[in-house]
Design a binder for this molecule. Structure first.
Ligand SMILES: Nc1ncnc2c1ncn2[C@@H]1O[C@H](COP(=O)(O)OP(=O)(O)O)[C@@H](O)[C@H]1O
Ligand SMILES: [Mg+2]
Length: 232
């Protein structure tokens, strides 16, 4: 299966090349762990390879995303102009309209735009639209089916659950996802500092690393220190 590089140095090696094509991958982590950065880096890596990309934000405005990317040295503007990148901010003020957009307009875009990479950051706000776990599962499952018809590789971000920090907020996306990547903050024993670590807890159809590796958010984006051991 053809892997898609994420552009995250050290991480692609953990997956033996990258995310398998057409996988839906959940990136989980508490606020500030770098989920949005990771997602943006994945999109930029696709743009560099000439792939059409869609970044759907349920949190930040288009302008903010372009600005954040430029700080990491990723200039999105030419790709927006050349129609290689569609950047959409969905307002969650009108939740019904937002849900309808995701379920009707987004699949239409898949057809007309030949999308190769899609980011939904964060999927949590979409999940929130549904009151019950049953409805949430049902809608997410149908949505994943639609994505799979179009050969798109997807990153969905989610905050972690307060009670179980290894699970996503609603504990549903891990079931529809082909892969789960966990970003975590760990406090050192001296309680003087916090380290960030990454692990791949699920990645269907490939033999991935099971290691927990430290990573940093640098001026060039996320870098996984694949040679380093965390608990040494
Ligand atoms: N240019 C930068 N250099 C180093 N670290 C940065 C930079 N920009 C952001 N960060 C770090 O990334 C964090 C935010 O990352 P973000 O991807 O928005 O996290 P999340 O989406 O998980 O909330 C900040 O809290 C900061 O620690
Ligand atoms: Mg974020």
């Amino acid at each position: 299966m053809e892997p898609l590089n994420t552009g995250v140095i050290g991480f692609d090696e953990m997956l033996k090349g990258g995310i398998p094509k057409e996988h839906i991958v959940a990136v989980l982590g508490s606020p500030g762990t770098g989920k949005s950065t990771f997602a943006l880096q994945f999109i930029y890596a696709g743009l560099l390879k000439g792939e059409n990309c869609v970044y759907l934000s349920l949190e930040e405005s288009e302008d903010t995303i372009v600005k954040t990317a430029s700080i990491f040295g990723w200039d999105l503007k030419p790709y927006i102009t050349n129609k290689k990148l569609v950047l959409i901010r969905l307002s969650t003020m009108n939740i019904k309209a937002a849900a309808a957009w995701v379920e009707n307009d987004l699949p239409r875009l898949f057809k007309s735009f030949n999308v190769k990479r899609l980011v939904i950051d964060p999927i949590t706000l979409y999940e929130m639209l549904y009151e019950s776990e049953t409805l949430r599962r049902e809608h997410l499952f149908n949505f994943a089916e639609k994505i799979r018809e179009h050969g798109i590789t997807v990153i969905m971000t989610s905050e972690t659950n307060n009670i179980n920090p290894y699970n996503s907020k609603y504990g549903v996306i891990e079931y529809i996802a082909d892969g789960v990547v966990l970003l975590r903050q760990v406090r050192h024993n001296d309680l003087q500092s916090v380290a960030t670590v990454i692990e791949v807890s699920k990645m269907r159809r490939i033999e991935h690393s099971r290691d927990i590796k430290p990573y940093s958010i640098t001026k060039n984006g996320i870098v996984v220190h694949s040679e380093a051991e965390v608990f040494s």
